[in-house]
Ligand binder design. Structure first.
Ligand SMILES: [Zn+2]
Length: 373
C-alpha cells in the first residue's frame, strides 16, 4: 500500500496528528507510489467513486463520505470531423472535480477524529470542502479571496461553513489561513494534504471504463496541480495492474497571467519563484506557488507530457464556444478547450498529439458570474 511521506526527508506521515507540512523539515507530504488498482476488487455493487475504495489508502475505520460523486458523463464533441471527448467533471455534486478529492480527504479526517478544520480556496475547493465537511459532521471555516465569484461564496455559506473573505490576491487567503493553523486549527488543505489525490485518480479508472481503452491524450487545467497529478497516477496504477498497455500523453494548462508550473517546465523548478501572480478570469488556476508542481515535472520525466500556457484573450472565446455548443463550464475549465485548439494545430503539423483526446472540464459555469450577459 502507498505510504504518505515527506518528499524532502522521507519521514512518514504521523499516525495521530494532522500536520499539513512535515514537522521535521517543512517539506510537502505525498504518497510514495501510485495507488494500487486491482480490477478484481472494484465493487460492482456500488456506483461512483467509492466502488474503488480498495484503491484508497484509508484506514479500515474510515467512513464512506459520499454525496454521489464520480460517474460523470464523457461526451463526444465533433471538431472538424474528429471526436474530442469531454469529461464533465462540472456535474459532480458541488459542481467541480474537487469532490473526488474531498470525499476521500474528509473520510481521512473523520477517521482521525477531526471535528473542526480550516481550508482556503479560490472557490471550488472551498465549496467542495464545505459540502463534504457538512456530510462528515466536521465544522468548516473557509478562507477565500475577496474577489472570488459570488456564486462560489454563496455556495460555501449554504453548506453551513463559516466564510472568511480576505482582501488581496489568492496568496493572501492562503497566508490568512496559515495564521489560524499557527494557533492550532486543523488545516484540511486540499492542496497540501495528499489524501485526496487517490480520489482524483478515480478519474483515470472511469475514463478507462468509459472509453474501453486508455485515452491517447488527456488535457487538464493546473492550479496547485492535484488534478493532473491524480489523473497521471491513476493511469500509472492501471499500467501497473496491466489493465492498460500504454499511458496517455498528458497536457497541463495554465493561464499565462499566472503560469508558474508552465514556467517551471521551461526553466526548472527553482525558477518558479520568479513568477508573478497576474490577474486572470481563470480564477481556479490563479495559484502562485503550486504545491504539486514538482510532482508534475517529476511525472513528466517518467511519463510523457507537457505544460501549456493560454493567453488571457483566448480564454473567453473558448468559454463561449463551449457554451454555445451546450456545455457551460467556468472560464478555468475553458482553458483546456483553448489548449486543445492550440495543440490541434501542432497535431496537424507533427501528429504528436495522439487520440482519443479527453478534455477534463473541471467546474460548472453556473458558478461563474457571467460578464458577457
Ligand atoms: Zn520532512
Amino acid at each position: 500500500m502507498p505510504v504518505v511521506r515527506c518528499t524532502r526527508c522521507q519521514t512518514p506521515y504521523p499516525q495521530n496528528e494532522t500536520p499539513y507540512l512535515c514537522p521535521k523539515c517543512g517539506g510537502v507530504f505525498d504518497f510514495d507510489t501510485p495507488p494500487v488498482f486491482d480490477s478484481q476488487r472494484v465493487d460492482r455493487c456500488c456506483t461512483g467513486l467509492w466502488r474503488y475504495r480498495s484503491a484508497f489508502s484509508l484506514p479500515a475505520n474510515a467512513p464512506i463520505i459520499s454525496l454521489g460523486e464520480g460517474d460523470t458523463p464523457l461526451i463526444p464533441w465533433m471538431d472538424k470531423g474528429d471526436p474530442v471527448w469531454l469529461k464533465l467533471e462540472s456535474l459532480n455534486p458541488t459542481g467541480s472535480y474537487k469532490d473526488r478529492g474531498s470525499a476521500v480527504l474528509l473520510s481521512h479526517l473523520a477517521a482521525r477524529g477531526v471535528e473542526e478544520a480550516v481550508e482556503d480556496s479560490s472557490g471550488n475547493a472551498g465549496a467542495s470542502f464545505a459540502a463534504y465537511a457538512a456530510r462528515a459532521g466536521v465544522k468548516a471555516r473557509v478562507f477565500v479571496p475577496e474577489a472570488a465569484s459570488g456564486p462560489k461564496r454563496g455556495q460555501i455559506e449554504a453548506y453551513g461553513a463559516t466564510l472568511v473573505r480576505v482582501p488581496g490576491p489568492r496568496s493572501a487567503a492562503a497566508a490568512a489561513v496559515l495564521q489560524e493553523v499557527q494557533h492550532g486549527a486543523v488545516y484540511g488543505s486540499h492542496a497540501y494534504l495528499p489524501f485526496g489525490l487517490e480520489g482524483i485518480a478515480t478519474l483515470a479508472y472511469e475514463l478507462f471504463e468509459q472509453l474501453g481503452q486508455a485515452p491517447g491524450t488527456v488535457i487538464a487545467p493546473v492550479g496547485h496541480g492535484g488534478l493532473l497529478v491524480g489523473v497521471m497516477r491513476g493511469f500509472q496504477a492501471l499500467m501497473n495492474a496491466h489493465v492498460i498497455d500504454h499511458l496517455p500523453f498528458f497536457v497541463g494548462v495554465q493561464a499565462r497571467a499566472c503560469a508558474p508550473a508552465w514556467f517551471a517546465s521551461q526553466h526548472g523548478i527553482e525558477a518558479m519563484d520568479q513568477v508573478q501572480e497576474g490577474s486572470t478570469i481563470a480564477e481556479g488556476v490563479r495559484v502562485q506557488h503550486p504545491v504539486r508542481a514538482a510532482a508534475i515535472l517529476d511525472l513528466f520525466d517518467r511519463q510523457s507530457g507537457k505544460m501549456v500556457a493560454i493567453d488571457e484573450a483566448d480564454i473567453m472565446p473558448a468559454y463561449q464556444e463551449l457554451a454555445r455548443g451546450g456545455v457551460h463550464v467556468e472560464p478555468t475549465s475553458a482553458l483546456v478547450w483553448a489548449a486543445y485548439r492550440q495543440l490541434r494545430e501542432q497535431m496537424v503539423n507533427s501528429g504528436m498529439i495522439p487520440g482519443p483526446i479527453v478534455l477534463i472540464l473541471s467546474g460548472a459555469g453556473l458558478k461563474y458570474q457571467s460578464q458577457i450577459s
